[in-house]
Design a protein around this ligand. Sequence first.
Ligand code: CDP
Length: 219
Amino acid sequence: MKVETAADGSPRIAIFTVAIDGPAAAGKGTISRALAERFGLSHLDTGLLYRATGRRVLRGEPPEQAARSLSSDDLTAGDLRTPQVAQEASRVAAMPTVREALVAFQRSFAQRAGGAVLDGRDIGTVICPEADLKLFVTASDAVRAARRHRELVAAGHDLTLEQVLADLRDRDARDAARDAAPMVAARDALLLDTTELSIDAAVDKAVNAIKQKLEQGRK
Ligand code: CDP
């Protein structure tokens, strides 16, 4: 946390970093977007960086070169959410050279004025180990698969619940087992199990956690 003095002499929080990690489709994105809106933070879905890299690799580009040449157009492309791209994302995400190529962008994003929330797998452990608040968001496999299946069907994809469940399990296993920045809760992360929580209830818990940190910072 970086505190500045405002024009009227009162303290103002200039940089506040929230790190949100967890397995696939646990609700990280929804919670991150809600926190960004509520506290005026910039939001980076770091999964998009790996998905965009994976998509370029599926088109024949070498992985490290793909990661190094990402542009903002890559991150807004429409077909990043498919399970095929997600699988390739998880494969390229296990390559240390790909991860290294993406570190500087993520760290500089975290320093944006006003603060930022980043969500992914290694934000609290590798990208922003000094984050002001770390959350590790989980939910049961069945609940995560059902949520993701609903999203994908709504977006026009023709997939069974079983296919979605298999994709999540496969990626989680690979993401947790890799040597380079594996998916793991940081020691100081707050665990948020959203299996039995509505979106609003999960967001409320995260909002309260931030408020507490801000209070502590103002003291
Ligand atoms: O949306 P979902 O939780 O299914 O996945 P995502 O956050 O878009 O991430 C896609 C894949 O990128 C993951 O399965 C990870 O392999 C990889 N990833 C990563 O390794 N590190 C991150 N910080 C973010 C994503």
